[in-house]
Design a protein around this ligand. Structure first.
Ligand code: NAP
Length: 552
């Protein structure tokens, strides 16, 4: 990659129009709110649009029973850089914050800084077009509002487009049904017969909660998940004394851990450890609960089948110890490599199968054939009469959300159509042909799937804020990543992916959950520290970008 210096392109910029605002941010979830606040701090003007009626992003939309964060609350908040007061006095009540509490947090972050006045709510964006002569973006919403900006920052999250499978008969169903990302809050499940389709991180949170009050829960499973115990608990003053004493250390650890979590380094490659030490490492992680099993056990978990098998055997043993019916335990035992898809965090999921009112339906043996007025029918003719169907069937990740935005670049091509041909980006931040566009926490090939959300949101957010402030100060009207830089990063991403066990597993991580979607690992998996290092180097003069200075 060669260093590019700004060029004075008078022909292109002599008569450039003044945009309505410096930056348009799409989305008002954790990443959008972070960007809006930090860009305003830098003196840029910002306008944001969100389809929702309030801030919150994924936490606005996902209100299913049991919804809570899978990251430890100690790193599921903004660092002091966003707002030292908020960082100092916010108190999560549990180890993994619940959805309502997270929503209150984002609302407070927005309210404390008057951010709502910069956001237009109930405004789904239906197009964003780059004007090649004026070097600005025009954004249009479903109700016909439009605005222009020099820079466009999609902050739509990787999981904003629900995937509703095409199961015949749904229109005949007489009961109530929802996709889990579009269901009302506080839906009463008492005494109801509930079908939960899917068993990813969402369903794994719903099933034990539903099992407490529903008359019957049918859990429809196609492929088993690798669920890890959450060991959630309330946080008391002692917990906070400990946390407060180590805040800086905790944030520092997120910069060096593979997944951006505040965990110690892995114990080493599994083969370097004795079987006794391997066992000790896994037992410790299991006892701690949460994601240390994935990000702080064996350093070669994702690259060595043998190492991965040690973890898989351990998980299988644990499932068989919890679930009394060994036939059900067998079905719940995953065969795909551990962490080749997202390990859900469970709060009583496996235990729920010991209850009489919870039944596992094995869709490998008996796929769903159709939905009827009364419920579901599987291929062996068994009928499951239910009054509520919850589709916990996931999302058309990353690229799905972009298809709704209709982002048209400098050459007139729609971004999602470019990606349908071949997925390529520069660091998951920029795309050749789409000048002045920077994606935060939603760009394919960024490391979102394997990184704590708030670690990555703030790292990418800071990178973009610094970049836009610099471009603005330098009067640079157009910044476009070169084709060569994009190709080089994409090649790196693909070669790193090929060295891991991830691409062989079907899930949203590889795009294989959506019929017809181009497949390939959607997220960089070389580890957060390596990714952050690449970004840091990229910001040193922005050599990967062609920069054009305006006349202002
Ligand atoms: P998901 O992980 O994609 O799981 C979807 C489930 O639906 C899978 O079990 C899948 O089975 C099943 N499925 C899809 N289509 C189906 C069909 N036609 N018939 C039967 N089953 C079908 O989706 P998710 O559980 O919503 O989770 C998505 C991501 O959201 C997670 O990986 C995580 O990153 C995030 N999330 C985060 C939290 C948190 O931090 N609090 C909570 C929930 C979710 P197959 O596996 O066989 O395809």
């Amino acid at each position: 990659m060669s260093q590019s210096s700004p060029t004075q392109d008078n022909a292109a910029t002599e008569h450039t129009a003044t945009p309505d605002t410096d930056v348009i941010v799409l989305g008002a979830g954790f990443s959008g709110i972070y960007l809006i606040k930090r860009l305003l701090d830098k003196g840029l003007t910002v306008r944001a649009f969100d389809a929702a009626s309030d801030v919150g992003g994924t936490w606005f939309w996902n209100r299913y029973p049991g919804a809570r964060c899978d990251s430890d609350s100690s790193v599921y908040l903004y660092s002091p850089k966003f707002d030292p007061d908020l960082a100092a006095d916010w108190r999560w009540s549990e180890r993994y914050p619940s959805q309502p509490e997270i929503l209150s947090y984002i609302q407070r972050a927005a309210d404390d800084h008057g951010l709502r006045e910069h956001i237009t709510f109930n405004a789904p964006v239906t197009s964003a077009e780059f004007d090649n002569d004026q070097n600005l973006w025009t954004v249009t919403t479903a109700d016909g509002q439009s605005a222009t900006a020099r820079f466009l920052v999609p902050a739509i999250g990787p999981l904003n487009k629900p995937n509703l499978p095409d199961i015949p008969g749904l229109d005949e169903y007489a009961g109530e049904w929802y996709h889990t990302a579009r269901m009302p809050e506080n839906l009463d499940l008492t005494g109801r017969r509930v079908a939960v389709i899917g068993n990813g991180a969402t369903a794994v949170q719903i099933v034990p909660v539903a099992a407490r009050s529903a008359e019957q829960v049918y859990q429809f499973q196609r492929s088993a998940s690798h669920c890890l115990p959450g060991r959630n608990h309330e946080l008391d003053e002692d917990d906070y004394a400990e946390l407060d004493a180590h805040r800086e250390e905790i944030w520092a650890k997120t910069r060096t851990n593979l997944g951006g979590f505040p965990y110690a380094d892995p114990a080493g490659e599994a083969a370097e450890l004795t079987p006794e030490r391997q066992r000790e490492v896994l037992e410790e992680a299991w006892a701690k609960g949460g994601l240390p099993m994935a990000f702080a056990s064996f350093s070669d978990l994702l690259t060595s089948r043998e190492s991965n098998q040690v973890a898989l055997d351990f998980i299988s043993e644990k499932i068989h110890a919890i679930v009394r019916d060994q036939r059900v335990a067998d079905l719940l035992t995953p065969t795909t490599p551990f962490v080749s898809k997202r390990p859900p965090i469970e709060h009583g999921y496996y235990d729920a199968f010991n209850q009489d009112n919870v039944e596992l339906v094995d869709l490998r043996a008996t796929p769903i054939e159709r939905i009827t007025a009364d419920g579901l029918v599987t291929a062996d003719g068994t009928t499951y009469d239910v009054d509520l169907i919850l589709f916990a069937t996931g999302f058309d990740a990353f690229t799905g959300g972009f298809a709704d935005l209709n982002i048209r670049g400098a050459n007139g091509q729609l971004l999602h159509e470019k990606w349908a041909e071949h997925l390529s980006t520069y660091l998951g931040l920029s795309v050749n042909g789409y000048p002045n566009l920077f994606m935060v926490y939603c760009g394919p090939q960024g490391p979102a799937i394997l990184t704590n959300g708030l670690t990555l949101i703030q790292q990418q957010g800071d990178w973009i804020v610094d970049c836009l402030a610099w471009l603005h100060d330098q009067h640079i009207e157009r910044a476009e990543v070169t084709e060569a830089a994009e190709a080089e990063f994409t090649e790196l991403h693909e070669s790193v992916a090929a060295q891991t066990l991830i691409p062989s597993t079907q899930s949203w991580w590889t795009g294989t959950n959506i019929p017809g979607k181009a497949t390939g690992l959607l997220s960089f998996c070389g580890g957060f520290p390596a990714y952050a290092g690449l970004c840091e180097a990229a910001a040193d003069g922005y050599p990967a970008y062609e920069l054009t200075t305006g006349t202002a």
